[in-house]
Design a protein around this ligand. Structure first.
Ligand code: NAD
Length: 456
């Protein structure tokens, strides 16, 4: 195995050969990736089952299927995205033409987390390839079977000088962060995001940070409670709550709390059975450390439903708790598990002022039939993205850039935004030599007068 430094040298040499920049080359590599994912589908699903007990339905829809759709979308639009874009020319630039070239950064580093370990590693890679880069990718060590499958799949289709997989944990990640990459794309926790940003700042490396945090879900008194309950249960308990944009806590209007909670209970039973721990399709918590962390939350507040757990299978029932306060750890940390605290409110201003006290969330969901309330909440609070009357769905559209703001992240991707995340926009003026307007030169007598007119 070459060292990380050697891999980087090889990739830089290969990048400078210009081969990866050809649009036909990029299309071919994306086709190859798509075929490899389809051919290895069974192995990918089985690795996700082994590491996280993901059901085939969840694994296909949120990891494999969504990725294939992403690649097909990119293939369909890539030629147009990669073309230099002609833009208007200012009057001051009369005679010239103006263009924006999307130029690949060069050699990119992509670090992934464990919760959607396949999709969150490969989806940014699709953007890197589409934009014409080389890449080093590092899967999460907490999902080792998926990490091995990624390494085998990528090594089976790409040379190391183009896309290399480096497996390992924190130390490997830290070594990678010391290298001179042209772009870093990191998905993971806020705390590690800060370490990554510090490392990138030493060399001023362009950086995308896809982080996490506490995403509020607000249900007002006008909401369609039946649908709200159904969609909240789906969004919260998919992947056992281990989703960066899962509803972290629920803020419900006092008048409708009891009704909403009863409906949520109904849908938990409908989706996962009356005894969820006996359901063989329950996704497990990734490891004992996270299982213990989540178990501690169960001791805070009052359990409304759920609360049972199985240490052997690392599973926890979908759980609702109330009577928690903002000083409890469950309200201080990102939950990232199947526990949903329920807070009640009387006025929406109360909710807005509380949410504003904390870092800007990655996602926010509002359930309301009132257009006025929808506008008020969306325009009053800053957050990465979200849904009105649904959960999670904004992440799955190639037409919507996905990312956080402030502590929940920097930059975005998906669809065209993925291509942009791995491209530098280079502005070019192509001047004419057919004539030369000389008012800009110092010797021109009327220069200042003309300049004042043009810059008005
Ligand atoms: P993590 O930050 O612990 O790990 C992410 C990656 O960073 C892993 O590959 C890991 O090896 C590496 N890493 C860990 N510690 C490091 C260190 N000290 N120095 C350098 N590298 C280090 O995150 P996780 O536990 O794998 O994932 C869960 C977190 O990711 C949650 O906070 C979740 O919200 C967030 N997340 C965000 C998104 C998004 O798209 N915004 C998606 C999924 C997960």
């Amino acid at each position: 195995m070459p060292t990380i430094q050697e891999t980087l040298r090889q990739q830089r040499t290969y990048f400078f050969s210009g081969e990866t920049k050809s649009v036909n080359f990029r299309i071919h590599q994306l086709e190859t990736l798509k075929d490899a994912i389809s051919e290895n589908e069974a192995e990918i699903l089985s690795a996700l089952k082994k590491d996280l007990n993901k059901s085939e339905f969840e694994a296909y829809s949120s990891e494999v299927g969504i990725l294939l759709k992403d690649i097909r979308f990119t293939l369909k639009h890539l030629k147009r995205w990669a073309e230099p874009e002609r833009v208007k020319t200012a009057l001051t630039h009369f005679g010239s033409k103006s263009y924006i070239y999307s130029e690949p950064y060069g050699v990119c580093l992509i670090i992934a987390p464990w919760n959607y370990p396949f999709q969150l590693q490969i989806s940014p890679l699709v953007g890197a390839i589409a934009a014409g880069n080389c890449a080093v990718i590092k899967p999460s060590e907490l999902t080792p079977t998926v990490s091995k499958v990624i390494a085998k799949l990528i090594r089976g289709i790409y040379e190391e000088r183009y896309v290399a997989v480096v497996e390992g944990g924190v130390e490997v990640s830290q070594e990678l962060l010391e290298q001179d990459f042209d772009k870093i794309f990191f998905t993971g926790s806020v705390n590690v995001g800060k370490i990554v940003m510090e490392a990138a700042s030493k060399r001023l490396i362009p950086l995308t940070l896809e982080l996490g945090g506490k995403s509020p879900t607000i249900v007002d008194e006008s909401a369609n409670l039946e649908l709200a309950a159904k969609r909240i249960v789906w969004g919260k308990f998919t992947n056992a709550g281990q989703t960066c944009i899962a509803p972290d806590y629920l803020y419900v209007h006092k008048k409708v709390k009891t009704e909403l909670v009863n409906k949520i209970k109904k849908y938990i039973h409908q989706f996962y059975g009356k005894t969820p721990l006996e359901n063989p399709e329950m996704t497990n918590i990734v490891n004992e450390k996270h299982f213990r962390r989540l178990s501690r939350y169960l001791a805070e507040g009052r359990i409304i439903t759920g609360g049972m757990k199985n240490e052997d299978s690392l599973t926890i029932e979908p759980t609702l708790i109330d009577q928690v306060s903002w000083t409890d750890t469950v309200m201080q940390e990102e939950i990232f598990g199947p526990i949903l605290p329920v807070l009640e409110y009387e006025s929406i201003e109360e909710v807005i002022s509380t949410v504003r006290k904390y870092p800007k969330p990655l996602a926010l969901y509002l359930f309301s039939e009132s257009k006025g309330q929808q506008k008020y909440v969306v325009e009053s609070l800053s957050f990465g993205g979200g849904c009105i009357n649904d959960t999670l769905l904004h992440v799955a559209s190639p037409y919507l850039p996905f990312g956080g703001v402030g502590e929940s992240g920097t930059g975005s991707y998906h669809g065209k935004a993925s291509f942009d995340a791995f491209s530098h926009q280079k502005s070019i003026v192509r001047q004419t030599n057919r004539f030369d307007i000389d008012f800009r030169y110092p010797s021109n007598k009327n220069g200042l007068k003309i300049m004042k007119k043009l810059l008005k």
